[in-house]
Design a protein around this ligand. Structure first.
Ligand SMILES: Cc1cc2nc3c(=O)[nH]c(=O)nc-3n(C[C@H](O)[C@H](O)[C@H](O)COP(=O)(O)OP(=O)(O)OC[C@H]3O[C@@H](n4cnc5c(N)ncnc54)[C@H](O)[C@@H]3O)c2cc1C
Length: 498
């Protein structure tokens, strides 16, 4: 095959997935990865013998992984073992209330005390409409390439009757009577960094996806998923070069020619695919006359999304919780509106943070051997565009999280700590080159007026493609795996035109 040299920047899940598809078709594919290990966000953190997952524990739409393995003539089951979970998420409110999402909508309705009669009707209406949004959004937008940076909610996409510009908050206020149910049912945009009252209610598709196709854990954690994809990629003939950082994508006459690395070596390529953060790729990596390109301008016009403070704690024994926890919990702040105002509008650390509380031993027993204990807190915080001075603030913030967390535990957390590690937005920017430390790429709060993700195929730089979080159709494993499938298809189609 002629002109078949593909260079992929980044061995995150997006880079690996598109690499597998192209290598299986006979392309010569090389991935360069700046870190010593593959997987990007899916790499866990270790403290001694304990493994703390960071991202990608929950696998939704597992059919996408089946499709990826099938594209190479292999079977997913031979590489990975997936186990379905229910309950999936537990939301914990300070007033002794909680809400648990189960696989079955009927279980969710029956096993949660929060639903009054009117809320039960609201929940049924919410679910029906969410399913309809999913049925329309997937085939019309999610699985399709899109060329221009235009708003997916413009009339030509045909979503108008589903009122895409309504916020999640507004919809849940109409359907539910209690503040807790309103908070939970407008929360789903937060999975991609979107504020409940600013982003479209279309994010309600997320629980619909979970309930329709199930939620799965990978045996061995997200690292096992990464290892399986690396194995598959190498078996298909791909190569990975670790500890190799791209410095510039070289463009000549409007077409990519290769990539220059930080060690000043140059890798020529017919196609360059970037799995690195999209904003960083367009703002920093595109070489020579970068401001000529609409792709670069489009990236500059979009704001980076929020970041995260991640705090892993190891204990001699598992601290006893006052209320039953499951693997994935969300600790809700006392006043969600105030929290949203502080984080999204005032761009500062909220006075009472909202955080995800993961219990690693309940996600994978092997993560926490020898009866040790472990907890992880993942806390949404402003990106580096705020005035937070992380080198000064990080220890104080870690302390505040411990204080907030303590009210949910019988045992004293501070005295039980055997080891800890926190990761700030500054570290996230340094580790993965995420622009401004943004965790999910561009800010989805612009979505009601402007699509935040860039097209997978760069219109004005020939043979440059984008996969992953900041590219169409967006973050999360389903979005990222879909972006890989679209890039693969775009490259195959471009060769037909040659
Ligand atoms: C806290 C958290 C929890 C999450 N949990 C889930 C979940 O349970 N389920 C789910 O489906 N999704 C989850 N997600 C989302 C999911 O993890 C991401 O959407 C996905 O991992 C993004 O993959 P990616 O390949 O786009 O990017 P990344 O994982 O960021 O990979 C990009 C890679 O590019 C490399 N790179 C960057 N710059 C360069 C350079 N110049 N040269 C060479 N290499 C470079 C980086 O080192 C990195 O390895 C979660 C996200 C977060 C933040």
């Amino acid at each position: 095959m002629k002109n078949n040299n593909v260079l992929i920047i980044g061995a995150g899940i997006g880079g690996l997935a598109v690499g597998i598809r192209l290598a299986a078709e006979g392309f010569r594919v090389r991935i360069i990865e700046k870190n010593m290990k593959p997987g990007g966000w899916l790499q866990p953190t270790r403290i001694g013998e304990i493994t703390f997952p960071n991202a990608g524990s929950l696998v939704t739409m597992p059919q996408q992984l089946d499709s990826l393995f099938n594209a190479t003539g292999r079977n997913l089951d031979e590489y990975l073992s997936l186990e379905e979970i229910s309950p999936i998420f537990r939301f914990i409110f300070s007033e002794e209330n909680e809400y648990t999402l189960y696989r079955e909508p009927a279980d969710t309705l029956m096993k949660n005390d929060l639903f009054g009669l009117q809320d039960q009707q609201g929940y049924t209406a919410y679910g029906k409409r969410s399913d309809r949004i999913l049925d329309e959004f997937l085939p019309k937008f999610f699985t399709k390439p899109y060329r221009r940076s235009r708003n997916p909610f413009a009339p030509e996409f045909g979503f108008r009757s589903l009122r895409p510009r309504r916020s999640g908050r507004r919809v849940s206020e109409r359907l539910f009577t209690s503040e807790e149910l309103r908070s939970v049912h407008s929360f789903w945009s937060m999975f991609c960094g979107g504020a409940p009252s600013l982003s479209s209610h279309f994010y309600r598709m997320i629980p619909s996806v979970m309930q329709r196709w199930g939620v799965f854990l990978v045996k061995g954690g997200s690292e096992s998923l990464v290892n399986a994809l690396v194995k598959l990629f190498l078996e298909c003939g791909g190569e990975i070069q670790y500890n190799s950082e791209a410095e510039a994508i070289q463009v000549y006459n409007g077409s990519v020619t290769g990539v220059r690395l930080t060690d000043n070596s140059i890798r020529m390529a017919d196609y360059v695919i970037s799995d690195a953060d999209t904003a960083y790729t367009c703002r920093t990596l595109i070489d020579s006359d970068r401001f000529r390109y609409a792709t670069v301008t489009a990236a500059q016009q979009r704001k980076p999304g929020i970041s995260l403070f991640i705090y892993h704690m190891a204990f001699q024994t598992q601290p006893r919780a006052k209320r039953p926890l499951i693997g994935f919990n969300v600790i809700m702040p006392p006043d969600i509106k105030q929290w949203e105002q502080e984080l999204f509008s005032e761009n500062r650390l909220p006075s009472h943070p909202l955080f995800y509380l993961n219990v690693p031993s309940m996600i994978e027993p092997d993560f926490v051997p020898n009866d040790r204990g472990a907890l992880s807190v993942i806390c949404p915080v402003p990106n580096l565009n705020s005035e937070v001075n992380w080198p000064q603030e990080s220890y104080r913030f870690r302390d505040r999280i411990l204080t907030e967390l303590q009210q949910y535990f019988e045992d004293d957390l501070r005295s039980g700590l055997a080891g800890e590690r926190y990761i700030t937005p500054v570290m996230l920017e340094n580790s993965f080159n995420g622009f401004m430390g943004a965790a999910w790429g561009f800010d989805p709060n612009q979505e009601k007026t402007e699509i935040p993700h860039l097209p997978n195929r760069c219109a004005d730089i020939e043979n440059l493609y984008l996969v992953g979080n900041g590219a169409h159709p967006g973050p999360f494993l389903p979005g990222v795996l879909q972006s890989a499938e679209i890039v693969h298809q775009e490259i195959i189609n471009s060769r037909k035109d040659m």
